[in-house]
Design a protein around this ligand. Structure first.
Ligand code: ZN
Ligand code: FE
Length: 255
């Protein structure tokens, strides 16, 4: 069995740890900080086999130099020369075998232009989407356009409904506060808010989510919904689904 658990880092990052219960070899996704990863490896006698990187931001790559120096793992990430230490640069449609599973690479520009996501079919399907899709939200547009982000999210949303969504930040509660404004009559959002508040009160992660759940509660996957469009119309252009998405993203930036 492949298990996926979070290593909390900084204020609200999760470094996802993949582990087969029969092996001491692990894979980590987006190690922004080496210290908590090293601590775990040393404490449990693990071997760092692979590192996956979704995009170039320091809170996702900052731990790489030290992990490479100590453990020399295989490092797979975007085709961006700005990220030092990647030995397999991958892009759209590439397939890689990690921890016994075949992962597909999806280019998902928007948050950054180099952003990629890793998806593996299976039971259950797993998606490591970095700062592209969050529970009840999506990444800010630092480099890409709203059109690019909308296309990237639409693509992720087309993956199987039971896909577990491993986003890189614990932003769910703040995102749900925005969702209450952007999708005000959606009882699923209200329910998710209560549920996630209880989860956070216990200091537990609200992740992973599932794509089915995100399609019900995430306003950024619901720009085509009449109620979301109506709420967004008080903030800007909602002439098309893409325009509504752009309006939602701009609204959230100053919410
Ligand atoms: Zn980022
Ligand atoms: Fe980040």
């Amino acid at each position: 069995m492949l298990s996926v658990t979070p290593i909390p880092a900084f204020d609200d990052n999760y470094i996802w740890l993949l582990r087969q219960d029969t092996s001491s070899e692990i894979c980590v996704v987006d190690p922004g900080d080496a210290a908590p990863v090293i601590e775990l490896i040393e404490r449990e006698g693990l071997t760092l086999g692979t590192v996956l990187i979704t995009h170039h931001h320091p809170d996702h790559t900052g731990g790489l130099p030290e992990l490479i120096a100590r453990y020399a793992p295989r490092v797979i990430g975007p085709d961006n020369p700005k990220i030092a230490g990647i030995d397999e640069r991958v892009g759209d449609g590439d397939e890689i075998r990690v921890m016994g599973r075949l992962f597909e690479v999806h280019e998902v520009p928007g948050h950054t232009l180099d952003h990629i996501a890793f998806f593996t079919a299976g039971i259950p399907p797993l998606l490591f989407c970095g700062d592209t899709l969050f529970s009840a939200g999506c990444g800010r547009l630092f480099e890409g356009t709203p059109e690019q982000m909308h296309a990237s999210l639409t693509r992720l949303a087309a993956l199987p409904d039971d896909t577990l969504v491993f986003a890189a930040h614990e932003y769910t509660l703040a995102n749900l506060r925005f969702a209450l404004a952007a999708d005000p009559h959606n009882p699923e959002v209200t329910r998710a808010m209560e549920e996630c508040q209880r989860t956070r009160d216990l200091y537990r992660p609200t992740l992973p989510s599932t794509l089915a759940r995100e399609k019900r509660i995430n306003p950024f996957l619901r720009a085509g919904d009449a109620a979301v469009r109506h709420a967004a119309s008080s903030q800007g252009n909602t002439d098309s689904e893409e325009a509504t998405f752009a309006t939602l993203r701009a609204w959230k930036d100053h919410f």
